[in-house]
Design a protein around this ligand. Structure first.
Ligand code: TPP
Ligand code: MG
Length: 257
C-alpha cells in the first residue's frame, strides 16, 4: 500500500475503469485519486483548479479547529493559471493551514520554463501572498521531506501557509501522445544522470542503510504485488449499464426531452 493507504489494486481498478474503482466507480480518468475516508479530494482535469479546492479544505480545517493541514501539488505551467493566484492569496489572507508544492519540471508539455514565467524562482511568489516560500531540490527526497515537514509544523503552530517549489526533471515525454522532439538528444540523455530514484538508491546503499539483498527482496515483493493487482483488476467486472447514472447530476437516470 502507498503511504496514504491507496493500494495497487485500487490504482489498477481505476486505470482499467472497473466497477470497484474507489475514485469514481470507473468514471474518472486514471491518476485522479480520491478517497473520502482518507481525506483525499480528486484533482480536476483543468489544471490548477485543485488549488482553490484544497484552500477551501484548509479553511474548513481552521473553522472546525482541527489539527491538520491541506496540501496540493501543481506543475510550474499550471502555477500560471488564475486559480493558483486566487487560491494562494486567499490562503495568505486567512493564514490557512495549507501547503502548496509547485513541481517544477521545466516543461508544460512542449513549452519550456523560459516561455512560462520571467521570475527567477517561483517560490519568491510567496512574498506577494504573505506566506513562507522555499525552493528545494525536488530530486532529493530528504530535502523535500524536510521542507514539507517544516511547512506542516508551521501550519499546525498557527503560522499559516507555505509555498514550496521543488525543482526536478521530466524524465519522459509528457504523455504517450507527445514525441518529446522539442528537446535536444543531449538534454534527454543528461536526464538519466539526474534520476532521483537511482541517486537515492545509491545514497541508501553507500550509507549502508539498505543492502543489495534487502533491495532485491523488496523489488521482487513489489513486482509480485503489482502483477497480482493487475491480474485481479483485469478480471474484475466493469460497471453495469444501470450504474451509468450514478455519481452524476441526475441519479434517477431520467431522460429529459
Ligand atoms: C486549464 C487547462 N488548460 C490546459 C490543459 C491541458 N494540459 C494538461 S497538462 C498541461 C501541461 C501542464 O504543465 P505543468 O503544469 O508544468 O505540469 P506537468 O505536466 O509538467 O506535470 C496542459 C496544458 C488542462 N488540463 N487544463
Ligand atoms: Mg511542468
Amino acid at each position: 500500500v502507498t503511504y496514504m493507504g491507496i493500494t495497487p489494486l485500487d490504482t489498477m481498478l481505476s486505470a482499467f475503469g472497473k466497477r470497484d474503482d474507489i475514485n469514481s466507480g470507473g468514471k474518472q480518468m486514471p491518476s485522479h485519486f480520491s478517497h473520502k475516508d482518507k481525506g483525499i479530494l480528486s484533482q480536476s482535469s483543468p489544471v490548477a483548479t485543485q488549488i482553490p479546492h484544497s484552500v477551501g479544505a484548509a479553511l474548513a480545517l481552521k473553522m472546525d479547529n482541527k489539527q491538520n493541514i491541506a496540501t496540493a501539488t501543481v506543475g510550474e505551467g499550471s502555477s500560471n493559471q488564475g486559480d493558483f493566484h486566487e487560491g494562494l492569496n486567499f490562503a495568505g489572507v486567512h493564514d490557512l493551514p495549507f501547503v502548496c508544492v509547485i513541481i517544477n519540471n521545466k516543461y508544460a508539455i512542449s513549452v519550456p520554463d523560459s516561455l512560462q514565467y520571467a521570475a527567477e524562482k517561483l517560490s519568491d511568489r510567496a512574498l506577494g501572498y504573505g506566506m513562507y516560500g522555499e525552493q528545494v531540490d525536488g530530486n532529493d527526497p530528504i530535502a523535500v521531506y524536510k521542507a514539507m515537514k517544516e511547512a506542516r509544523n508551521r501550519s499546525l503552530n498557527g503560522e499559516g501557509a507555505t509555498l514550496i517549489e521543488a525543482v526536478t526533471s521530466r524524465m519522459t515525454p509528457h504523455s504517450s501522445d507527445d514525441d518529446d522532439k522539442y528537446r535536444t538528444q543531449e538534454e534527454r540523455d543528461s536526464l538519466k544522470e539526474g534520476d532521483c530514484n537511482i541517486k537515492f538508491k545509491s545514497f541508501l546503499l553507500e550509507n549502508e542503510i539498505i543492502d543489495e539483498q534487502w533491495l532485491s527482496d523488496l523489488e521482487q515483493e513489489h513486482k509480485e504485488l503489482i502483477n497480482k493487482a493487475t491480474k485481479a483488476a483485469e478480471e474484475a467486472p466493469y460497471p453495469s449499464i444501470e450504474e451509468a447514472y450514478t455519481h452524476v447530476y441526475d441519479e434517477g437516470g431520467q431522460q429529459n426531452d
